[in-house]
Design a binder for this molecule. Structure first.
Ligand SMILES: [Zn+2]
Length: 177
């Protein structure tokens, strides 16, 4: 069941409409015989800064600066492909293992990180680049992540957003958002 694929992350800190569509995506991947387990969801600015520090020191994978990752607003998940049937997660980090995730993510109107060299990453559209994320950082610093979600709710309710995101708008409508 898709929810068990998310038990390692705190779903309360992830934007609910994104959670709902991500659950659908993972269920569809599973129906195609590929199991993905979420390893990261929300990340605080401090956690992000630490990942950035490790990356700059050559000790960790590529990481954006604090406030410049969709994870900092609960708008992204990282997944690992569970490679086989044995109990527990047998990670498969080979690139082709994320092809189905990319296909189902894109079909649902979310953004797949494979577009920019980050195949395990799935996120909400419109907030990918530093330029796009900077206004969210400003808002979160002045107010809170809750204020960011409120802004996303307003945005999502606009006809311009629906026109720009037809597959995602259709998924959300079907899911009752
Ligand atoms: Zn990520």
């Amino acid at each position: 069941m898709p929810r068990t694929n998310f038990k390692r992350v705190d779903l309360d800190r992830v934007y609910l409409p994104f959670v709902a569509v991500a659950l659908e995506v993972v269920a569809r991947c599973e129906a195609r015989g590929v199991r993905y387990v979420a390893t990261y969801g929300f990340r605080t600015f401090d956690e992000q800064a630490e990942l950035r520090r490790l990356y700059l020191a050559g000790k960790g994978g590529k990481a954006s600066a604090a406030g410049l990752s969709a994870h900092n607003y609960g708008l992204a998940f990282d997944f690992v492909c569970d490679g086989d049937e044995r109990p527990g997660v047998q990670p498969d980090w080979r690139l082709p293992a994320y092809r189905v995730l990319g296909e189902e993510t894109t079909k649902a109107g979310l953004v797949w990180g494979g577009r920019f060299g980050d195949a395990p990453h799935v996120q909400w559209p419109g907030y990918v680049s530093a330029l796009q994320l900077t206004p969210l950082r400003t808002l979160a610093e002045r107010s809170s992540v809750a204020a960011v979600w409120k802004q996303l709710e307003n945005e999502r309710g606009s006809s311009a957003w629906r026109a720009a995101n037809p597959p995602l708008a259709a998924e959300l409508a079907r899911l009752g958002f």
